[in-house]
Ligand binder design. Structure first.
Ligand SMILES: [Zn+2]
Length: 295
């Protein structure tokens, strides 16, 4: 029903055409059918993981971020400890920070939330799997009655700029700033030099969706509990950064010190030599990069 919207010509811009119903009734098609994606050999990964040894761990303090490095062929586990806590996760090619996690394309390929068997894809022009999810203790959650699910690739990361825009304050422990500080420390550069490398995240343990009426991004209390984890296989040499979000379990607010926050643990595991058989890192995308310019 048209209300009060009018175009400059005075004609209602929301006048529906006669065949509106028919146009709306057309069935959708999947933008990126993913049956042709190269599939990870989860059985091989599981066998390698079974004999793997823990070689390192990193604690991410509340309202801070920490970095870690994982070699191709190793595993890393992000684990809840002490209490419900959401993590904002960035990932780079350890040898070339211009290749980094591409949240939007990962969403287009796998959907809004990730779980076992899904992969974190890298930016153009590489577009290859950086990491494969091999274990998810929250897989049971599925989709709730609000359309919410866990581990999303739809949010971007809490950041001081949006906070300033909406609330007018200066807050320095948003995930964007935490990731910036941690990366600057890791690389030995200034925060200004590190900041452009920070990118849209995988929201580990966060429970999110879109409201049915307005389509707005929502969050709700994460179902994560101490002991829960999300585990990955590193497809290439990786530099990771994980922020323990100031939103805590993201049940109420973020971008402030109001929420109760907890640390997160990152554990790294190395499989036994030879456990991966003939497995090799995936190559960069095979597109020729000419973009139609044949000179
Ligand atoms: Zn955050």
């Amino acid at each position: 029903m048209c209300k009060e919207l009018h175009s400059s010509s005075g004609k209602d811009i929301c006048d529906a055409p006669e065949d509106a119903q028919a146009r709306r009734a057309i069935s959708p098609v999947i933008c990126y059918p993913n049956e042709t994606l190269p599939q990870p050999d989860l059985t091989l990964y599981q066998q390698a993981r079974d004999g793997a040894e823990k070689i390192n761990e990193v604690i991410v303090p509340p309202r801070e971020a920490a970095t870690f490095r994982v070699n191709a062929g190793q595993f890393f586990r992000i684990k809840s400890i002490e209490g419900p806590q959401v993590g904002d996760f960035n990932l780079w090619n350890a040898a070339d920070l211009s290749e980094r996690f591409y949240s939007g394309k990962t969403r287009a390929l796998h959907g809004t939330h990730l779980s076992t068997g899904h992969r974190m894809w890298s930016s153009f022009p590489s577009l290859r799997p950086m990491a494969t999810i091999v274990g998810d203790s929250l897989a049971w959650y599925g989709k709730d009655e609000y359309g919410g699910s866990v581990h999303d690739v739809i949010g971007t990361r809490c950041d001081p700029y949006t906070h300033q825009l909406l609330s007018g304050g200066q807050y320095h422990h948003c995930c964007h700033s935490n990731l910036t500080r941690a990366l600057a420390k890791e690389l030995g550069v200034t925060p200004a030099e590190a900041e452009p490398h920070v990118h849209d995240v995988l929201n580990v343990f966060m429970c999110t969706g879109f409201t049915k009426d307005t389509g707005q991004y929502f969050m709700k209390a994460s179902p994560v509990r101490p002991g829960d984890y999300l585990e990955f296989f590193a497809e290439i040499d990786l530099l990771g950064a994980l922020s323990a979000c100031p939103g805590g379990d993201c049940s109420t607010v973020h971008s402030s010190d109001a929420a109760q926050c907890h640390p997160l643990l990152v554990e790294i595991f190395a499989p036994k030599p030879g456990a991966l058989g003939t497995w090799t890192s995936p190559p960069q995308n095979a597109y020729d990069k000419s973009h139609g310019c044949h000179t």
